[in-house]
Write a protein that binds this ligand. Structure first.
Ligand SMILES: [Zn+2]
Length: 147
């Protein structure tokens, strides 16, 4: 299987969190700094396949992550969303939820247009791995359990 989200070794430098159920790391093509991918560890494609245990763990983690993003990056709001199917913009066939911290004047767009809101205008260049590691460290410091 050639799935970038199952390749934990490659994700390690920018890993924010991993337990038996949940995995989180910064997107390599972020809309704004701190754009985080949260996914089940288990390789599934659609929300239909998620277990109740996984969805609860993911929900609990997203709450912690939002608090961290408020502290570490001064997030004022969030886009939380997933794409299902290539027609809807799902580029990796492993279910993943985008958590995008938003604040006034950031690089993303604000109006809700379902096929566009997970994209920023203009280029969406890939971020260097070192930048992603730095943002992961910053966000990890924002978690309560690190204090
Ligand atoms: Zn996978």
């Amino acid at each position: 299987m050639d799935c970038p989200f199952c390749d934990i070794e490659s994700l390690k430098p920018r890993l924010i969190y991993k337990d038996d159920f949940v995995l989180a790391f910064p997107s390599n093509i972020p809309i704004v700094p701190g754009h985080i991918i949260v996914c089940p560890v288990r390789h599934i494609s659609k929300i239909d396949e998620i277990s109740n245990e996984e969805i609860i763990k993911i929900k609990d983690f997203i709450i912690l992550l939002k608090n961290s993003l408020k502290k570490s990056l001064d997030a004022e709001g969030f886009n939380v969303a997933w794409n299902e199917g290539s027609m809807a913009g799902q580029s990796v066939n492993h279910l993943h939820i985008h958590v995008v911290p938003r604040k006034v004047g950031d690089a993303g767009i604000y109006e809700y247009e379902p096929t566009k809101f997970l994209y920023r205008p203009g280029s969406r260049a890939e971020s260097p791995e070192v930048e992603l590691s730095e943002i992961a460290e910053l966000i990890k410091k924002g978690f309560e359990f690190n204090k």
